[in-house]
Design a protein around this ligand. Structure first.
Ligand SMILES: O=C(O)CCC(=O)C(=O)O
Length: 281
């Protein structure tokens, strides 16, 4: 199997029409876990409900991160050698054991569990790697809009593989936009300037962006309905983030996406797969 061979048959990026045909509930469901919390304070949970994000969290030490970065450097070289681009390493936990280890890491799961409750499915792992001088933009979008999941009860942990700041295209959020429901977007199909193909227009009316500057090994968390994006990286430094996606066990997946699941907390629900660690790193 090559570095980029898909191990299963779920649909990677569903089209607009397929998503529209799924009866999705894309309204924000506030975290109503009553505790006891393992990591977060009640105030942090309330802040997540209000703003739609939390940051920063130190997940890995500098030395742990140096080791993970070396691993990623090698992985990226394999993908690039196959002619893939630096954004192509997606659903990586299904084929790379080292990514499965990060997705299921107890320090991360403890934080996510405080937000999602006792039953948690980890299902996504995608490296967004902006190479030095990379002109691509991640335009303003809501994650839930792309996903065949309902109801929208998902949290992304954005783990900084490299230091991320405004110079190299760090993430940006518009606080509070997660409560606005599913926002109207335009499609930017086949435009090489964009990493993704949806753009929510005129976001200025929703408020000022917050820039998510993180040191390598730190993470931020955002709701699947929060408006977010990132600007181009015109610096000489790489900016890689690993997005790790989690949802509560009562969420239903369509188009085969249940096959991506790894149960990281609670009893395995029958409607999600529980993928084991891939042998290959
Ligand atoms: O890393 C980025 O620039 C974009 C990531 C993103 O859009 C996401 O986490 O959903």
């Amino acid at each position: 199997m090559t570095a980029s061979t898909p191990p299963t048959t779920f649909q990677t990026i569903p089209g607009h029409d397929e998503l529209s045909a799924i009866p999705r509930d894309l309204s924000f469901h506030p975290c109503d876990t009553t505790g006891p919390f393992q990591v977060l304070s009640r105030e942090q949970v309330e802040r997540f409900n209000r703003d739609g994000y939390l940051m920063p969290f130190r997940i890995f030490s500098e030395s742990e991160m140096a080791e993970i970065r070396q691993y990623f450097d090698r992985l990226l070289q394999r993908y690039l050698a196959e002619g893939k681009d630096s954004y192509s390493i997606s659903s990586a936990h299904l084929r790379h054991g080292r990514v499965w280890d990060i997705l299921t890491h107890p320090r991360i799961v403890a934080i996510v569990r405080d937000l999602l409750g006792p039953s948690v499915i980890a299902w996504g792992s995608h490296f967004f790697c902006k190479l030095p001088g990379d002109g691509k933009v991640v335009s303003w979008h809501q994650d839930a809009s792309y996903w065949p999941l309902t109801p929208s009860k998902a949290v992304t942990v954005w783990l900084a593989i490299d230091d991320a700041d405004r110079d190299n295209g760090c993430m940006k959020y518009i606080p509070g936009t997660h409560v606005l429901g599913h926002l109207t977007y335009q499609l930017t199909e086949n435009d090489p300037a964009y990493v993704l193909n949806q753009v929510v227009p005129e976001v200025e009316k929703y408020g000022e962006p917050v820039y998510v500057e993180l040191r390598a090994g730190e993470a931020s968390l955002h709701s699947d309905l929060l408006l977010h994006g990132s600007e181009a990286n015109y610096s000489a430094r790489r900016r890689c983030g690993l997005t790790l996606r989690y949802t509560s066990g009562d969420v239903r997946a369509y188009l085969g996406w249940d096959q991506k699941g790894v149960v990281v907390a609670g009893e395995p629900p029958p409607h999600w797969a529980n993928r084991t660690r891939p042998v290959e790193d």
